[in-house]
Design a protein around this ligand. Structure first.
Ligand SMILES: Nc1ncnc2c1ncn2[C@@H]1O[C@H](COP(=O)(O)OP(=O)(O)OP(=O)(O)O)[C@@H](O)[C@H]1O
Ligand SMILES: O=P(O)(O)OC[C@H]1O[C@H](OP(=O)(O)OP(=O)(O)O)[C@H](O)[C@@H]1O
Length: 224
């Protein structure tokens, strides 16, 4: 049996259902909106597991699902060395979002990472603590800042409403996912001019160890 993990709610779930329907596989939730059980029609030996998008990486690596749909950001953030256990089967063309670093709009002398680096250096001297960046993407942000040789900062964990942390004075900058940019604008934040830390989209991932003839047949059926 191939267990296919799909986000259990929202646009990501609906667009995943549409993507599979376009390829002749009908995924649906059984029972009420609140019941996290599902059905698969049009493919033999495949079952549907509805999960939080954030849990799909862990479940895939643990082998509790063989296939999973989630954002590339979540796989890279949650699984160190993910390529040894996980195969990227296909980017699905939706759920596009950029992981970016943003600072208050009113920081007129801060347009890029070089500016932020010198602000961070002075910040520590003036305030006695390191400039705080709120994020839930600890691994990706740390690696990106290290690659750009930025060291004078601290990460503050924020699992939601991250853009609000600056107004709430629990951070000076944020690193989060954005797509339309509306949340950043509403919170008076601007993106640094560098390329995003990561461009993410919804992707079908497979557990590498589960790549048997059965799995290949199913991927084939999906046109992959
Ligand atoms: N505004 C957005 N536009 C497009 N994609 C987004 C947006 N926000 C988040 N995503 C993407 O959706 C995926 C799920 O994100 P996230 O973990 O925040 O979901 P969630 O809805 O909070 O799920 P859960 O709470 O069940 O884990 C991620 O891959 C993320 O990149
Ligand atoms: O650029 P935009 O189109 O405004 O989208 C960006 C927002 O979407 C996500 O939040 P989500 O709604 O998933 O809630 P969260 O704060 O719980 O992460 C993300 O964390 C941003 O806050």
């Amino acid at each position: 049996m191939i267990r296919l993990g799909v986000p259990s709610k929202g646009r990501l779930m609906e667009q995943t259902f549409d993507w599979f329907a376009d390829r002749g596989v009908r995924l649906s939730r059984s029972g009420s909106d609140r019941e996290y059980a599902g059905q698969v029609e049009g493919a033999e030996g495949v079952s549907l597991v509805l999960l939080s998008a954030g849990e799909i990486p862990r479940e895939l690596r643990a082998g509790r699902i063989e296939l999973g749909v989630t954002g590339t950001d979540l796989i890279r953030e949650k699984l160190a060395g993910w390529k040894s256990d996980i195969v990227e089967a296909v980017p699905m063309g939706f759920g596009h979002a950029d992981l970016i670093l943003a600072v208050p709009e009113c920081w007129c002398d801060c347009e890029n990472l070089d500016d932020l680096t010198s602000i961070a250096r002075d910040f520590r001297a003036v305030h006695g603590f390191r400039l705080r960046i709120a994020t839930k993407y600890h691994r990706l942000v740390r690696a990106w800042l290290a690659a750009h040789e930025v060291a004078d900062y601290q990460l503050v964990d924020s699992q939601g409403a991250t853009e609000g942390t600056v107004a709430n004075q629990t951070a000076e900058a944020i690193a989060d996912i954005t797509s339309s940019g509306a949340t950043l604008r509403a919170n008076n934040l601007k993106i640094l001019s560098e390329e995003p830390i990561l461009r993410s989209q919804a992707t079908l991932f497979a557990n590498r160890a589960a790549m048997d003839p059965n799995m290949k047949r199913f991927l084939n059926q999906l046109g992959l």
